[in-house]
Design a protein around this ligand. Structure first.
Ligand SMILES: [Zn+2]
Length: 415
């Protein structure tokens, strides 16, 4: 054991090597040379995925080695029970798992790992994986709560509705800006059950209540986030008595614009939105299993993202949207990883019980690599150390959970 590097020191080494998504070459070289020194058979594919193999393992560990780098460079510091980075994201997502993989590659004679690339920019590695996995069981290490054993993730698709506004000469005299500004926003899957107001929905319903025409409308930030901002310019025949009076709708600011616009369109084009519920559709055991989020709008399009943890619910959402909207365009479909019982899950539960670590079995209402990798094995489950605020400068990892994570892995893969 003396000449082995411990997992935390390996994590520090990983932090020293820049590895933001699509710029991971240096870390790839480090992983490969490290694994070769441990006498692993090493293979990689053209998408930068890496496969490590020794002997005849039963479980293949899986992590991704790219990170979302917010800030300039990672400088890990320990603050009490946590590790964080001075002025950047930490990359414990998924560097902590990678350090565990490298650590165990030193210790075991029977060992397998698949380390995928560029997962944070659309699961590119998993989607294009061209390496053969020998074990029948895969243990994904990209979860972010030590007390959760993840057994399912959502599938999803994007839907686009064309608005086709007919701009006409504007005969209205008064113009106002309606603005939903700096709502809290959030992830369109994981945060969808938190009753976070959707800026586009609030804006559109405000417009519904005002006799007006629309000059322009825009809102939303990303395809997969709950909109935090939305804005419209409307035209009215009469002055709005509640302009600048925010007591009516505190979340929407109405400001008079002292300017004339020549063209506007009928607000009826927004009617598609009134019939769409943006939020949770179905729950199962406290987990969201079906949802829709209206995410982006402009004068021409409404974009939304639909997620479901059941293949049939995803299919139904798609069919019902197609029936309601003739001009809908569906894209980016990927399947759900449905919850299932497995020997691997039973074994993991046993280890948690033996180690006296609390756990719950959960399904994540977002995409995970497991959704794609499920097709490459008989059983797959996901765990990971507790990481708060990944993909931000506030990212931190709970060190106690990291040690528990190592203990769990050691028992699982050495047996
Ligand atoms: Zn990750």
């Amino acid at each position: 054991m003396k000449d082995k590097i411990n997992a935390l020191d390996l994590f520090y080494k990983i932090c020293e090597i820049p590895h933001p998504s699509s710029n991971t070459e240096k870390l790839k070289d480090f992983i490969i040379s490290f694994a070769l020194r441990q006498k692993c058979e090493v293979k990689s594919d053209s998408f930068g995925n890496i496969h490590l193999l020794k002997g005849k393992p039963k479980i293949c560990l899986q992590a991704h080695y790219d990170m979302v780098l917010i800030g300039e460079k990672v400088e890990p510091i320990i603050k009490g029970d946590f590790i964080t980075s001075k002025d950047s994201s930490l990359g414990a997502d998924n560097g902590a798992a990678l350090s565990a993989i490298l650590y165990f590659s030193q210790l075991l004679d029977n060992f397998e790992a698949i380390i995928t690339n560029d997962e944070e920019i659309g699961m590119i590695g998993a989607n294009n994986l061209a390496l053969k996995i020998q074990s029948k069981q895969i243990l994904n290490l990209d979860s972010e709560d030590i007390n959760q054993i993840v057994v399912g993730c959502a599938g999803g698709f994007d839907a686009d509705i064309k608005l086709k506004p007919k701009f006409k000469k504007c005969k209205m005299k008064y113009f106002y800006e309606l603005r939903c500004h700096n709502f809290s926003g959030g992830h369109s899957g994981i945060d969808i059950n938190k009753n976070i107001p959707n800026a586009i929905v609030e804006l559109v319903w405000a417009i519904y209540n005002i006799p007006c025409e629309i000059v322009s409308i825009s809102g939303g930030e990303k395809r997969n986030s709950i909109p935090a901002n939305a804005r419209a310019i409307i035209a009215t025949k009469k002055p709005l008595k509640y302009a600048n009076d925010n007591s009516i709708k505190p979340t929407i600011k109405i400001t008079k614009i002292n300017k004339n616009y020549k063209k506007s369109f009928n607000k009826k084009v927004l009617k598609a939105i009134y019939s769409i519920h943006s939020g949770v559709y179905e729950m199962c055991d406290n987990s969201v299993i079906s949802s829709l989020n209206i995410s982006l709008i402009n004068n021409k399009n409404i974009k939304m993202m639909i997620r479901a943890n059941r293949k049939n619910l995803l299919f139904r959402q798609m069919e019902s949207l197609k029936m309601r909207f003739k001009n809908i365009k569906i894209s980016g479909l990927y399947d759900a990883w449905e919850r299932e019982d497995s020997i691997l899950l039973k074994n993991i539960e046993q280890v948690y019980r033996n180690q006296k670590i609390d756990y719950e079995i959960v399904e994540i209402h977002a995409g995970l690599e497991c959704g794609i990798l499920r097709a490459k094995c008989d059983e797959i489950v996901s765990i990971g150390p507790t990481i708060s605020n990944p993909h931000s400068k506030a990212e931190s990892m709970d060190l106690k959970s990291f040690n528990q994570f190592l203990e769990i892995l050691e028992i699982l893969i050495s047996s």
